[in-house]
Design a protein around this ligand. Structure first.
Ligand code: NAI
Length: 302
């Protein structure tokens, strides 16, 4: 099987100074990509700042003969995002790949969550992906090529206690992907979302040590490599991944039931009486865009 290579490709990896992002940066560089290693170098809760996180990964890449440059901007402002894109263009001439990976945690149950904790987590994860992807997208569009990854989480897709800010941001990244996939389609820009589970400083105190040891971040890397490669033609998909498990997961739409006729009033009792059919996921499928959901209205709008 031909090796998947990234020669002549330029990649931005946000939050690449540690954890999952570091493994993506190392693997991309090892396969020929020129990599912008972005990392603010803060603590797990987003406070502080240090250049050493990004610098160490750049050194590691250079020592193995790869090409990389460090960037220390926060992804959470458009100014930072533009500077990350500029770092790629100034050093390597273009942008082919963006991996939106930078992340922090500020966990609290809903009633204890402060506005500051909400805003910061949304700013890094969700706004950060917008801030970095927008300037990169402009360049990808001009070049007619792009591969983007958003990093969601099972917490956002399925729910988790004590993470209302994080769950919202992570599900928001799915919405952002849905939009970018549609806007990028005619420019050969593909975007997919991963929901990883891996050992890192974000998970070290919430996983039993035995499990933690098995969930190496390196087990996530191959999926990301494939998704950002030229070989991948799929877009707008979401994948769970952990310890060698890879699975597609989706927001789906079931056919449900047309109760009314588009004219007469529908009663709450009719909803109750049809609850089994309304809640059934039988024959559910993923949709290409919101427009496709109109097909289910069929007789009601014809
Ligand atoms: P990590 O804490 O090891 O790495 C995240 C990196 O992002 C850090 O190096 C940090 O300095 C950097 N960063 C934080 N805020 C930044 C900002 N404003 N600008 C630039 N860089 C910033 O964590 P890990 O586990 O590698 O997480 C990577 C991504 O994967 C995150 O988005 C996280 O939410 C997501 N994720 C991780 C899971 C896991 O099991 N480890 C589970 C689900 C999602």
């Amino acid at each position: 099987m031909a090796e998947i290579r990234f020669d002549n490709r330029v990649a931005i990896v946000t939050g690449a100074g540690a954890g999952l992002g570091r493994t993506y940066a190392l693997a991309l560089a090892q396969r020929g990509a020129k990599v912008v290693v972005n990392d603010l170098g803060g603590t797990r809760d987003g406070s502080g700042k240090s250049n050493s996180a990004a610098d160490n990964v750049v050194d590691e890449i250079k020592k193995s003969g790869g090409m990389a440059v460090a960037n220390y901007d926060s992804v959470a402002t458009i100014e930072g995002g533009e500077n990350i894109a500029k770092t790629a263009v100034d050093n390597f001439g273009k942008i082919d790949i963006v991996i939106n990976n930078a992340g922090i945690l500020r966990d609290k149950s809903l009633v204890k969550m402060t506005e500051a904790e909400w805003d910061l987590v949304l700013a890094v994860h969700l706004k950060g992906a917008y801030c970095v992807t927008q300037p990169a997208f402009k360049i990808m569009k001009d070049n007619g090529y792009g591969r983007i990854i958003n990093t969601a989480s099972g917490a956002g897709l399925y729910g988790n206690f004590g993470q209302s800010n994080y769950c919202s941001a992570k599900m928001g990244l799915v919405g952002l992907m849905n939009n970018i996939a549609i806007e990028g389609a005619k420019y050969n820009i593909k975007i997919n979302t991963i929901a990883p589970i891996a050992a890192s400083r974000l998970t070290e105190d919430i996983m039993p040590p035995d499990l933690f040891k098995k969930l190496k971040p390196e087990f996530i890397t191959p999926l990301v490599l494939y998704l950002v490669s030229e070989d991948n033609k799929d877009t707008k998909m979401i994948f769970n991944c952990a310890a060698g498990w890879f699975s597609r997961t989706e927001v789906v739409c079931a056919p449900g039931i047309c109760i009314g006729d588009g004219k007469r009033e529908i009663t709450a009792e009719e909803i109750k009486n049809n609850w089994d059919k309304i809640t059934s996921l039988d024959k559910a499928k993923s949709l290409g865009s919101v427009g496709e959901s109109f097909a289910f209205l069929g007789p009601l709008i014809s």
